[in-house]
Write a protein that binds this ligand. Structure first.
Ligand code: SF4
Length: 223
């Protein structure tokens, strides 16, 4: 499907300014391009204190910032407060992905996004997290709706970014842009679990900062 065949996006009725929580460049690349093509007024909000280690956090953030700069999209670089993230997820260290720890992790990121949106003239938020086929859209949407509920007039946009081959285009944009390829969701526990899986399957451990998308590598990433 070429870009011309993809339908234009439209914010829900009466909404005009979107704050888009972004988790990384690969997940946000296609979404950012679609929002631009659709002439939607939006700003990127990068708030991901879950990402561990710091070196990985910087790699993901800088890749996303570079892409936003290329298309002149405003980019808010929010705090990196991993201690608070560890406090919030205490006792959930062994939860599986898509479990309770992930709900707490989404809630934390979306509450901060909502707070910023409310105080800075945005009337709707959303997140790029839902484009990944490794994530549970329903769980993400519930966290988003929970986060905005404290802020009058603010909504969460539950648009399904996977529609019209979104997941496929996400990989294509990542390859075109040669984005850094993260190989685990983000937190120290997802890094541990992915490495455990790799060990059991005789695969090498993850090396931070090594893998980049290109047109010659495989389609799957662990994000
Ligand atoms: S696996 Fe991903 S979504 Fe779940 S807690 Fe870790 S970083 Fe957050």
């Amino acid at each position: 499907m070429s870009n011309n065949q993809i339908s234009k996006l439209k914010l829900p009725e009466n909404k005009f300014k979107l704050l888009l929580h972004s988790c990384c460049a690969p997940c946000s690349g296609d979404i950012m391009k679609r929002l631009l093509d659709s002439k939607i007024d939006y700003t990127i909000f990068f708030y991901n204190p879950n990402i561990h280690p710091h070196e990985e956090y910087l790699l993901r953030k800088e890749e996303n910032m570079k892409f936003a700069k290329k298309y002149e999209i405003p980019f808010i670089d929010a705090d990196y407060n991993p201690r608070d993230w560890f406090d919030i997820t205490k006792g959930m260290e062994n939860e599986p992905e898509r479990g309770k720890r992930c709900t707490a992790c989404f809630d934390m990121r979306f509450i901060k996004t909502s707070e910023y949106a409310y105080n800075n003239g945005f009337d709707i938020i959303s997140s790029t997290l839902g484009i990944s086929r490794w994530k549970d859209m329903n769980q993400i949407n519930k966290s988003g709706e929970f986060a905005v509920s404290e802020y009058e007039g603010l909504s969460y946009w539950t648009y399904n970014w996977r529609k019209e081959n979104g997941s496929h285009r996400m990989i294509q944009v990542s390859k075109d842009e040669r984005f850094y390829m993260q190989e685990y969701c983000g937190c120290v526990y997802s890094l541990r679990d992915t490495n455990d899986w790799r060990e059991k399957n005789s695969r090498p451990k993850i090396e931070i900062g090594v893998k980049y998308y290109s047109h010659s590598n495989e389609e799957a990433s662990n994000n």
